[in-house]
Design a binder for this molecule. Structure first.
Ligand SMILES: Nc1ncnc2c1ncn2[C@@H]1O[C@H](COP(=O)(O)OP(=O)(O)O)[C@@H](O)[C@H]1O
Ligand SMILES: [Mg+2]
Length: 249
């Protein structure tokens, strides 16, 4: 069965991306193509620039040089454009502490007055169910939730947008392994249900190899290896082999 919104994912093309902080290059002439509808994982050691890269895709960082195209457009999509919706799930969840989970998850729809309140409530409850959060959780504030529940609420918030490109920054960090497993499954299910392009940055190798259609290894400011899980495992790149062999990341 094909997904109802299949083939809505947006492709991403990055050329010559450079970014330095305080004279130190973090991204150094990075090129990358992400295909429409794939689950693409960028892995790399801590501090290798994974979050900086992701923030460029959603316009939270300005490149020093180079270009980023989403669906061929150089400018970032207009958030209200119904065919170019981007969502990002931040490492900490990024929920607003002053709003309940239900208000956080429905914020995109209520803020843009896209649906009447009773329909928003219905959609929010449906998306929360998908990430296994119930009505009691919906009424709580983020501070009353565990780390894993906050991450799942943040995923529900992204699902509500019905995004065409979803970015996840370290979706399993600070989670116990069992919850990490369910997050991985939710990412795959989101991709299969909607056809959205999914970009995940992580240093969690189990997650990376468990969900990716293709992976890239980011180190020294560039993509040092690119391919399927099997291709990356067989890659001769020494830094990648060290990363894969390391006991601790
Ligand atoms: N706003 C900033 N100002 C200065 N340095 C930064 C900034 N953001 C990131 N960096 C530096 O860029 C490097 C890469 O950071 P980051 O992308 O967060 O790494 P990670 O791969 O762990 O996500 C780090 O050395 C970090 O200290
Ligand atoms: Mg990071």
């Amino acid at each position: 069965m094909s997904a109802p919104n299949s083939s809505i994912g947006l492709p991403v093309r990055v050329r010559g991306l450079r970014k330095s902080f305080d004279g130190r290059a973090v991204l150094n002439d990075l090129d990358l193509d992400i295909a429409a509808g794939e689950i693409f994982v960028i892995m790399g050691p801590s501090g290798s620039g994974k979050s900086v890269f992701l923030r460029h895709l959603i316009g939270l960082e300005e490149p020093d040089a180079g270009e980023i195209r989403v669906a061929g457009e150089q400018a970032l999509p207009d958030p209200a454009d119904p065919k170019h919706r981007l969502a990002m799930v931040f490492q900490s969840g990024g929920l607003l502490n002053s709003l309940t989970v239900e208000e956080n998850v429905g914020l995109y729809l209520s803020e843009h007055r896209l649906k009447p309140p009773e329909e928003i409530a219905r959609i929010v409850a449906e998306k929360l169910r998908l990430v296994q959060l119930g009505p009691q959780d919906a009424a709580k504030y983020p501070s009353e939730l565990s780390g894993g529940m906050r991450k799942r609420a943040a995923i529900a918030r992204a699902l509500v947008m019905e995004p065409h490109l979803v970015l996840f920054d370290e979706p399993t960090s600070e989670l116990d392994p069992l919850v990490a497993l369910t997050i991985g499954r939710e990412i795959i299910s989101l991709n299969q249900r909607t056809g959205a392009t999914v970009v995940v940055v992580t240093h969690d190798r189990d997650l990376a190899f468990g969900i990716a259609d293709r992976l890239a290894f980011l180190a020294e400011g560039r993509i040092l290896a690119l391919g399927t899980a099997a291709e990356l495992r067989a890659s001769p790149v020494p830094l990648l082999q060290q990363f894969l062999a390391a006991e601790f990341k």
